[in-house]
Write a protein of this length. Structure first.
Length: 262
């Protein structure tokens, strides 16, 4: 049965989509059957996973949720799962997902709709990675209800770190009231500018504030313009430039993550 890992932070631009797609690729490279679910209307994970125009996709995660909300039978996974040539499977998203909060508002058990899509897929995969939208609301509750664990990427700066407390508050609510098995894999520092005062300060603050309860991954992902450049070629940095320091850091992060689980 797949382990479901959500990449979550209510703050925008903290490296969620980059981390979700790169981790997905690295797991697939290790012959783990891996599905990435794009759960953000921006469709960034879909783009990195090879979908040139997300608005031309026939069945997105929003369509599947529409089926669940209307209690219609879900299509067969062969009809909606996109196979990237790099080995990663994907359920894409596009701007249709932006209305999800509204579509769910009068639905019974509205926090459990994504669960109905993810549960049957678990027997097909080793890992299901969910790339989340940068906001906390009913859609995010859905993610936390069906995840086994979460990874919280944060940029190495103060304002980014302030968003962490909000994520942790919602994590506690879901863990106590709906999904007791949910755990936090850790906080991943992204876009780190090594050897700067800011980087050292952020590291110290993270460890002081959260270090006693939550793992702060030892691996930090350095800032590199090549990460953004890789997106232009619809690739992760690990495919585009495997020797780039950010690619090497992501490899180390994936090892650190898998070692925690074993
Ligand atoms: N290590 C890095 N070095 C430099 N740029 C990076 C790095 N990681 C991510 N980026 C770039 O920063 C931007 C934001 O990253 P990303 O899209 O992964 O964040 P996000 O948290 O998913 O954003 P959103 O909240 O909007 O979904 C992107 O342009 C991405 O290419
Ligand atoms: Mg994103």
């Amino acid at each position: 049965m797949a382990k479901v890992i959500a990449i979550i932070n209510e703050k925008g631009g903290t490296g969620k989509s980059t981390t979700a797609t790169t981790l997905g690729y690295l797991l697939a490279k290790q012959n783990k059957k891996t599905l990435v679910i794009d759960f953000d209307g921006q469709g960034n994970a879909s783009t990195i996973c090879g979908i040139a125009n997300t608005n031309q996709v026939e069945i997105t995660i929003a369509d599947l949720l529409g089926h669940v909300i209307l209690e219609k039978e879900l299509p067969d996974p062969t009809e909606y799962i996109y196979h990237n040539e790099n080995g990663v499977d994907l359920i894409p998203a596009n701007s249709e997902l932006f209305t999800l909060e509204r579509n769910l508002c009068n639905v019974n058990f509205r926090e459990k709709k994504l669960l109905e899509i993810v549960n049957p897929l678990k027997e097909l995969y080793d890992y299901i990675i969910i790339d989340c939208m940068p906001q906390i609301g009913t859609p995010m509750m859905n993610v936390m209800m069906c995840a086994d664990s979460i990874i919280i990427p944060t940029q190495a700066e103060l304002l980014s770190m302030q968003g962490l407390s909000e994520v942790l508050k919602h994590y506690q609510i879901i863990k106590e009231n709906g999904n007791p098995k949910l755990t936090i894999e850790g906080i991943l520092v992204t876009m780190d500018s090594r050897n700067t005062m800011l980087s050292a300060l952020v590291n110290e603050m993270l460890n002081d504030k959260f270090g006693n309860n939550i793992r702060v991954f030892k691996t930090r992902i350095p800032r590199s313009i090549k990460v953004a450049e890789a997106c232009m070629y619809q690739q992760t940095i690990c495919e585009y430039l495997p020797d780039n320091p950010a690619a090497i850091a992501y490899e180390n992060f994936a090892k650190e993550l898998i070692n925690i689980g074993s």
